[in-house]
Design a protein around this ligand. Sequence first.
Ligand SMILES: Nc1ncnc2c1ncn2[C@@H]1O[C@H](COP(=O)(O)OP(=O)(O)OP(=O)(O)O)[C@@H](O)[C@H]1O
Length: 696
Amino acid sequence: MSMFWKPGTEKPQLLDDEEGGVLFLSSSQSSSSSSRYGYASMGKQRLPVHKYRTEILYLVETHATTIIVGETGSGKTTQIPQYLKEAGWADGGRAIACTQPRRLAVQAVASRVAEEMGVKLGDEVGYTIRFEDITNTSVTMIKFLTDGVLLREMMDDPLLTKYSVIMVDEAHERSISTDILLGLLKKIQRRRPDLRLIISSATIDAKSISAFFQPSKRHRGLEGQGLSPRKEPAILSVEGRGFDVRIHYVEEPIADYVRASVSTVMLIHEQEPPGDILVFLTGQDDIDAAAQLITEEARTVVKNSSGLIVLPLYSGISRAEQELVFSPTPRGKRKVVISTNIAETSVTLEGVVYVVDSGFSKQRFYNPIPDIENLVVAPISKASARQRAGRAGRVRPGKCYRLYTEEYFVNEMSAEGIPEIQRSILVSCVIQLKALGIDNILGFDWPASPSPDAMIRALEVLYSLGVLDSDAKLTSPVGFQVAEIPLDPMVSKIILSSNQLGCSEEIITIAAVLSVQSIWFSSRGAQKELDEAKLRFAAAEGDHVTFLNVYKGFLQSGKSSQWCHKNFINYQAMKKVMEIREQLRKTAKKLGMVLKSCDNDMEVVRKAITTGFFANACRLEAYSHNGMYKTLRGSQEVFIHPSSVLFRVNPKWVLYYSLVSTDRRYMRNVITIDPSWLTEIAPHFYHHQGPNPATH
Ligand SMILES: Nc1ncnc2c1ncn2[C@@H]1O[C@H](COP(=O)(O)OP(=O)(O)OP(=O)(O)O)[C@@H](O)[C@H]1O
């Protein structure tokens, strides 16, 4: 594929500037002593944020909320928590929290800050993500965590009393958890005048966040009394950035962004000086495809192919693969990291000089009326594009190749993405708020209001699960217990039911497997071998029971990595399953469950699954020759996904775990059921709300 590149219109980047051009023209900072890459990582004092240290500390001291906007790489995430600690905000047993929307960023920045401070990760500096807590309550002063984990902490400590300052970083991402957190923190502030909030990002609309945190008339008037800070939020712009990032656009729109990104990587490899390449694609499929094409091209076309190390980066990869991405590039080699948007914010990959931005990411879109959530490949926003470009230029000057035209960037790309809360299923969000005592969810002070239809849908689902009562309050004990388990409420519900049905060991294993991306090792070109390996474990009852067979085999092999390799099973994913399983067993015991195995009685296992997923029941269409099912609720046409062991088997009655839409709506992770279970387990749902399976 031949592509023509055009440098962006050169002009210094201002904070609100949405033009193309050289991003962030600066600065005297690009001359420094030598390092592995010929440029040293900037000393802490040389980061743009350093000049603002006193001002930041003053604003935090005197304002309840401080909004800090500073270019990518200016030092917000790694430096501000350290300034706060040095200024005494972590004295007296208190801690400073810094939230991130993504687990990868939490781990990466915590490691970096611990390294800068010369402390062991997990002591003064630690992190917590779901199922992984690397902190020590008595000594951790700076804690990085996902915004979702901070919400969970509120269930035990609603006013978050152990934190003196909470920094909500990368707030522009507007994940569901960030939005809930912002609403709740605003409430907490009224009860805790000593708490300080920092909202930070490179690409946030500071004015609208500031408007959200303006005190209402009712709560004004307390300022200046005693030690109360000012309630009006302060806004600080951190000017300047590390190194130049030169932006290039394609001259003409391109048709195939995977092939175009491969050509761009090869072009950089042939023509540009040393430096790693970070490519942003959308998901595992196109990342694997691009990795394969780059490896092939490097072998056949480029003479110095031995210099390329191609590494994928998406949420399902193993810890070992993740470590390779962050480890230094061997001398004489060039790493090509091909990533989803998990590396879009906060992350510094030290060797990266070149960024290739496809202009797309996978995004959720939920439509509450047919109740369908689609994961679709959609254009990114300008804010994302700027974050992606900002992954270059962190330790030396860089270049960003955008696989879209400058005209498109300037005139058509939206400034910011749609907040996740306005395009997702809200079941987990509703139960969390309920567990925190927020009863009037529609009246909650949202930074962006979710759709009432999606809310109602979520309330209906929770009511049908027996988690909420007819007054929309959490039921006792089921509702409170479901809220306590850090999983999707439907999965939490099946764990609870397994207690009565005597199959909790099996259901906890299934829940752990459903929490990892995939336990199968998918490798391009080896689909046939993978399918054959699956057949060795395939159970006629479906995927969940197949997972149990894999788990049993793994234990019998002595948890062997060779066994996994031979059977196309992802060893790292299985290790994660073991870890999650242990965590879930602890939670279950805390809830008073007695863990029991049903010894191969797969009927009770399927019944337990039905107690959470009865709403996902489907029936094979009577005269369907192409495997078409219809959902009992809503009569949607759905098909069994080719990755399921029931693909082409097409049993009459099934339940699915999730739906994905591509050319068709596919059910993933499917089990067979007996339709009489539906009226037995969920009579309220099938007698009053939906079609009665008995009449089919
Ligand atoms: N792991 C690392 N290795 C080398 N340098 C790093 C690392 N992490 C951070 N840095 C240096 O510190 C700088 C500031 O990083 P930091 O994450 O604090 O910036 P930021 O303003 O929060 O950026 P962003 O908005 O992109 O998250 C980087 O540009 C880089 O120079």
